[in-house]
Design a protein around this ligand. Sequence first.
Ligand code: PLP
Length: 277
Amino acid sequence: MTTQLPTPENTTIMPPTNQRTTTLLSNLSSVTTRITASSTKSPNTRAAPRLVAVSKLKPASDILALHQPPTNHVHFGENYLQELQEKARLLPASIKWHFIGGLQSNKCVSLARDTRALWAVESVDSEKKAGLLDRGWGERKEEMGGEEKLRVFVQVNTSGEEAKSGVDSDEGVVRLCRFIREKCPRLKLQGLMTIGAIARSRATTAENENEDFVALKEARDRVVRDFGLEGEGEEGLELSMGMSEDFEGAIALGSDEVRVGTTIFGDRPPKDQARVV
Ligand SMILES: *Cc1c(COP(=O)(O)O)cnc(C)c1O
């Protein structure tokens, strides 16, 4: 993807073949059914969790197939800045984009300033990056769309693995949340996000509680308590947790948003073989 020239502005994205469209619609519908079933059973759920369809390394035509009628799915997640910006430029502005990938400081301003229809950044793990996103949102041109504030999630490293990004202590999470609320006027703290350990997620079932999800919920409760957010009539802080392997277990523990890729779109190609168009 990095070696390709940008696709021209006036390129028209066509939906994929009927067969591919049928597969995608049926996959999305079965995930939606499973989400509804899990949230109906869960005493922790406040409302039906949002489904972010993770479309990284998948073509723009796949996204269009799910965004157009009859499904009109709106929330899509991407991991790579250049790929996200190209898709956002080519696809309808009615899509709500989530950046969920590892965030590099030197790309934060462009992410916030130059990504059309950006709805949330879910992988904020330092004050520096939060400050740069705040600055980029302030430099944004009106035609890029978006509301007064950019929603952000603080990414928490709940598994304590060195290789995972995310803030790795409760104190650190509280501190970063405070920085966002007090020092970043253009950001809205939407919630906390975790990826969690794969080994643990494989063992996740509705009965078998995933420690990462328990830890994220505890971190959220701590932030809510420290900031006195209980009973303020706000929605509270969301939990973004649960992927293909473990979203039902995450919903059982109160997830407000699941991020599902493979179960909807199938296996991903290697990055150097992925094509937007
Ligand atoms: C890729 C990715 C997902 C989706 O993973 P699947 O296992 O394909 O559902 C969710 N969240 C993040 C942060 C990701 O990078």
